[in-house]
Design a protein around this ligand. Structure first.
Ligand code: M6R
Length: 608
């Protein structure tokens, strides 16, 4: 949610700031801007819309300077416009900000009364004028920053340029991520490791409440108590290629087709493939966990919904799942000896992060599954397991989801093994199916023509229904979310058995109904629901396997069938997620929407 970047050194920075913003554009894309210090003044370029608009502006009217900041915006306060685009400036400072200044209204009123003039509708501008006010009172830049930080409330990552201080970036974080990179004779600041990847891999992650003075040669970090602190240098190996489409038309398509590899990498980081045994990086005492609460948002929440079935059915642990933004205010009594598991691609989603803090305060053992190493959740949790999906740029989550499910399956087998709810040969049987997943995923991805054909039936629809039972109920919800996000077709995912309690009223001959029915203990019931759809004239499309097809053909059910391979119950939801991803992708293509940067969305949601 907003991406920020800063460079201080001895070489021109403006084009490199824009290049950095290209790697951050997934975080927000309604406007972008850069500012540098140049010949004693602040130079600024900002443009509404995608980053290309800023690039065009810069090409026509470049700016110079060896120190600068940049920002790509996802609007919170104020419409997307040039005036609301960051950086925001006064005659003394330029500021980029990720987060929300919650007390900005009171601060703005106070500053207006003192004669400051505001040029935007943003909360961020309060920071600009506070800093300016403290500087005009004779405070040094760092003292002005300290005083500003003491006044502001909310979540923020800030990078600030001060006119007249040509060799220093001031930075601060509370609630929003910020990383400082050490280069050779140059220093960098960014929202994540990916933006800094082509410049340096030597990174210092700021802790909550930290602020810093960053110059080309030195980095001085202070904690919230104003004590000088050392944050360790971590070497993060991320290839800058991850931020390219690698020959695909869209990041989303590239990421979908990476799944044989990303699932393989994830599974093999948790399983010794030659011994066919679990080899987890964490040792969780599942026997002493009375209840497992799983919390996440969006697609990551649907991972928890699949895992609830697994942990309850296989490891016999009672599980509660919750959407992070609801959990936080529900005041759910958490049991003594309970564990809380948090799932997040970014590891930064504020709702999930705050829920984790709450669970810690409630003495739960906290477990994180994250895709971004060194993210806030990764560092806060008692136990953390990484998905090995690599950077996910497409706003619609795909490869992170299947990698999360792979991790959850392994954790569930670990729990079952330790609790003795599966025999060792049953555990090994499950492991073999997980090891075979990449091949199965590859096979399913090859059937693009089938999904393209179904997409043609989806394209004219205003609404669509997705139905599934058991572990495929969450996949139905995930399929509906994917369709909504990138094709803007309204879609609902429902438990197939629940359809008759309401949504069935929506079915008519314009309504596609996607039914997920692998041959499992729920299939016969699900196919009865398919019949109910057909009886009401719905456009019935059933994803099933060879045995499901036989059943449908025997019963002469006139549904379109998309045939999937026969699957094991543990891996079926992972496999059925794949055609849902491609179906939404091809439908969006037919509708001509912006697949990688759908309207109103951002990849990493760091505001509540
Ligand atoms: O980074 P996280 O996994 O915590 O993000 C959670 C959701 O914001 C995310 O899954 C969102 O729903 C995606 N746009 C889904 O495609």
């Amino acid at each position: 949610m907003c991406g920020i970047v800063g460079i201080v050194g001895h070489q021109p920075v403006a084009q490199r700031l824009i290049d950095g913003l290209k790697r951050l554009e997934y975080r927000g894309y309604d406007s972008a801007g850069i500012a540098t210090l140049c010949q004693g003044d602040i130079a600024i370029r900002r443009a509404k819309g995608k980053l290309q608009a800023l690039q065009n502006l810069y090409d026509q009217d470049p700016i110079e300077g060896v120190i600068g900041i940049g920002h790509t915006r996802w609007a919170t306060h104020g419409v997307p416009s040039e005036a609301n685009a960051h950086p925001h400036i006064s005659d003394r400072v330029a500021v980029v900000h990720n987060g929300i200044i919650e007390n900005y209204a009171g601060l703005k009123e106070m500053l207006l009364n003192k004669g400051h003039q505001f040029a935007s509708q943003t909360d961020t501008e309060a920071v600009v004028h506070l800093m300016t006010d403290y500087l005009s009172q004779g405070n040094s830049p760092i003292e002005a920053l300290r005083r500003t930080l003491a006044d502001i409330e909310g979540a923020f990552a800030l990078v600030i340029l001060v006119k007249g201080v040509e060799d220093t970036l001031l930075v601060a974080r509370r609630g929003s991520p910020l990383v400082i990179g050490e280069g050779d004779g140059e220093s960098y600041v960014g929202s994540d490791a990916l933006v800094l990847a082509p410049w340096t891999q030597r990174l210092r992650y700021l802790e909550e409440g930290d602020y810093a003075i960053v110059s080309a040669q030195s980095i001085q970090i202070f904690n919230a108590q104003d004590q000088h602190v050392d944050r360790p240098v971590k070497t993060i190996n991320i290839s800058a290629d991850a931020a390219t489409k690698g020959g695909y038309d869209h990041f989303m398509l590239k990421e979908i087709f990476e799944q044989p590899t990303t699932v393989k990498d994830t599974v093999e980081s948790l399983i010794d493939s030659s011994a066919e045994t679990l080899n987890l990086p964490v040792d969780i005492d599942w026997n002493n966990i009375s209840k497992l609460t799983m919390i996440a948002c969006g697609t990551s929440y649907f991972s928890t919904a699949v895992a609830k079935y697994w942990f309850e059915m296989i490891a016999r642990i009672p599980v509660e799942i919750d959407i992070a933004s609801e959990f936080r205010y529900r005041e759910s009594p958490l049991p003594k000896g309970g564990a809380a598991l948090f799932i997040s691609q970014s590891g930064e989603t504020i709702d999930t992060l705050e829920a984790m803090k709450q669970a810690k305060a409630d003495h739960q053992t906290t477990i994180a599954i994250v895709n971004v190493a060194e993210s806030s959740m990764d560092r806060l949790a008692d136990f953390s397991v990484h998905t090995k999906a690599g950077p996910e740029i497409g706003v619609a989550s795909t490869k992170a989801f299947t990698a999360q499910l792979a991790v959850l399956a392994c954790l569930c087998l670990d729990a079952a093994q330790k609790r003795g709810t599966l025999t060792s040969s049953q555990v090994q049987d499950h492991i073999q199916h997980l090891l075979n997943l990449p091949n199965e995923i590859y096979g399913i991805l090859q059937k693009e023509a089938d999904y393209q054909q179904v997409a043609h039936r989806m394209q004219p629809a205003r609404d669509a229904l997705y139905l599934g039972r058991g572990t495929n109920f969450p996949i139905a919800m995930e399929g509906a979310l994917k369709l909504k996000e990138i094709s803007y077709i309204h879609a609902e995912g429902y438990a197939a058995g629940e359809m008759k309690h309401g949504p069935i009223a929506l079915i008519d001959d314009l309504m596609p109904v996607i039914v997920l029915a692998p041959h499992d203990k729920w299939m016969v019931k699900t196919l009865s629901n398919l019949q109910e759809v057909i009886a009401r004239g719905g456009i019935a499309i059933c994803f099933t396997d060879r045995l499901g097809r036989q059943h449908i053909e025997q019963d002469k059910i006139p549904a379109q069938i998309v045939e999937m391979p026969l699957s094991h119950p543990l891996t079926a939801p992972i496999l059925y997620a794949l055609p849902m991803q491609l179906l939404s992708y091809y439908t969006a293509l037919l509708k001509g929407t912006d697949v990688d940067q759908p309207r109103n969305l951002a990849k990493s949601v760091t505001v509540e």
